[in-house]
Design a protein around this ligand. Structure first.
Ligand SMILES: Nc1ncnc2c1ncn2[C@@H]1O[C@H](COP(=O)(O)OP(=O)(O)O)[C@@H](O)[C@H]1O
Ligand SMILES: O=P(O)(O)OC[C@H]1O[C@](O)(COP(=O)(O)O)[C@@H](O)[C@@H]1O
Ligand SMILES: [Mg+2]
Length: 319
């Protein structure tokens, strides 16, 4: 394969730029041409496709977001939309596509492969909600951003002897809350995978106060409740002064960590090599520091598991 395309799709994630850079440079090194598609699948449908060169990806490894822009594209979910995309791909003579995105983007990649366009997926989402891979690009950065916010919040909560509820992203996956909670020394972590009652949380906070804790931090994944609401219920249930903080999109931007940059570079190199051999319908992942690829259908059929071991560790650490 000599001519490939790259696009970013769904919610952006720090490390997407490092991935684009690596795709372009590795492909060029091996004598392949790369076309950048703007705005996710929209760009494929509308022909927003431009040739990229090693110089067009200069100075982006350290930048969050994605220079190709991203989008959620409803038209690509229709047969007509996908047919238009295939037409554009053929018009440009593109032989394979690399899609950096989350589970939704991979459904699109799967359908594109079925239409005869070899497509390879790179896991780009802060949520870490893909079952087949241990880590996704952007997760490490988002966790670090959440932890530095928790550090700041902790200072003022300690001074005022308050409880704080820090709401982080993660609609169906509690990994950001779990990792940021452990690294930030949270007293309570609330995740969608393990529902708990407000009574249980209040009881744990009051028990902590009994043991001499002057302030407490609850890290709440958005899928487990709303910061404002949980904060009010906790204040009512404990009598402790409580404040909510919603981190929101702050955790989706910012310079990617070294870990995300290196992971993006390694995964992208792997994706380019697959396409260079004409292999498509694969997702690239990492397990135990090893980069691997897996059939898309098989990877998407896997069920996510939540680390109960880390969750239980967090409870013991909050003693
Ligand atoms: N079932 C599907 N069929 C075709 N395309 C899809 C499908 N699901 C998602 N997509 C495409 O992928 C895009 C991104 O999906 P989304 O779920 O929003 O984000 P993410 O990829 O981050 O999970 C969608 O806007 C759409 O263009
Ligand atoms: O970009 P929006 O529409 O604000 O979406 C917010 C959502 O996007 C995410 O950041 C990433 O989700 P996806 O990977 O599904 O795109 C979620 O954590 C969050 O709930
Ligand atoms: Mg998703």
């Amino acid at each position: 394969m000599k001519k490939i395309a790259v696009l970013t799709s769904g919610g952006d994630a720090p490390g997407m730029n490092a991935a684009i850079r690596a795709v372009v440079r590795i492909a060029d090194y091996h004598g392949m041409e790369v076309y950048g598609v703007s705005r996710g699948y929209n760009g494929l449908i509308n022909g927003q496709i431009e040739k990229m060169t090693p110089r067009s990806v200069a100075d982006i490894i350290q930048r969050g977001g994605t220079i190709l822009k991203t989008a959620r594209c409803e038209e690509f979910k229709t047969e007509e939309g996908r047919a238009k995309a295939v037409e554009q791909i053929q018009k440009y003579g593109i032989e394979g596509v690399i899609v950096c995105g989350g589970d939704g983007s991979f459904r699109g990649a799967q359908l594109l492969s079925r239409l005869g366009i070899p497509t390879v997926g790179l896991p780009g989402t802060i949520d870490n909600d893909l079952a087949y891979t241990e880590y996704t690009l952007g997760f490490d950065t988002a966790v670090n951003t959440a932890v530095s916010a928790i550090n700041n919040i902790r200072d003022t909560m300690t001074s005022h002897e308050r409880v704080s509820v820090v709401e982080v992203m993660g609609r169906r996956c509690g990994d950001i809350a779990l990792y940021a909670g452990i690294a930030g020394g949270a007293e309570v972590i609330m995740v969608p995978e393990i529902p708990v009652s407000i009574d249980y949380i209040c009881q744990r906070l009051l028990a902590g106060k009994e043991r001499g804790k002057l302030s407490s931090i609850i890290v709440l994944a958005e899928g487990a409740g709303h910061g404002e609401e949980i904060s009010e219920l906790v204040e009512k249930g404990t009598g402790l002064e409580t404040r909510p903080v919603v981190l929101g999109h702050v955790q989706r931007g910012g310079t990617p960590t070294c870990r995300d940059r290196i992971l993006a570079s390694r995964m992208s190199a792997h994706a380019v090599k697959l396409l260079s051999k004409g292999v498509g319908n694969r997702l690239v992942g990492v397990k135990g520091e090893k980069i691997f690829d897996m059939d898309i259908d098989e990877a998407l059929a896997q069920k996510r598991t939540f680390s109960k071991e880390l969750y239980d560790l967090a409870i013991e650490l909050a003693n």
